[in-house]
Design a binder for this molecule. Structure first.
Ligand SMILES: [Zn+2]
Length: 131
């Protein structure tokens, strides 16, 4: 038996998760953190979630499916998302220990957000530092 990190299936990243992830990337194909950064640069006085949502909606409607990035306000690049992150970290217990009262973020779309690989790896580093 090898020790260390459990397999991805063991941690719950199974077919169900891949389906939820694909659905999230279809709903939101652009990196939400990149969009937030661009909005903060463009409207430093007024960087609202609504402005970010508007920018993302604009990209969803107007960007070519083949586009991998675009330049938004303040010259900030918004990249196409390739991964999905839990806003509130997901439950990390094995499935048999996941009661409804277990701590951790849910799999509801409200708790998911699309990130590019660059933002996702930075975020993974942050999590590791906090752990
Ligand atoms: Zn990003």
């Amino acid at each position: 038996m090898s020790e260390g990190r459990p397999s991805s299936a063991r941690r719950g990243y199974d077919a169900d998760w891949r389906k939820r992830r694909d659905e999230q990337l279809e709903r939101q194909p652009w990196c939400e953190l990149d969009a937030e950064r661009a909005v903060r640069a463009t409207f430093p006085e007024y960087p609202t979630a609504e402005a970010t949502a508007n920018l993302l909606a604009y990209a969803f409607k107007w960007m070519e499916p083949s586009a991998t990035s675009f330049i938004a306000g303040g010259g900030h690049v918004v990249r196409r998302a390739g991964t999905v992150d839990h806003r509130k970290p997901r439950r990390t217990f094995p499935p048999e220990l996941q009661g409804s009262d277990a701590p951790g973020g849910s799999e509801h779309p409200d708790n998911l957000r699309s990130l590019c690989h660059s933002c996702h790896s930075r975020r993974a580093d942050d999590k590791a530092r906090r752990a």
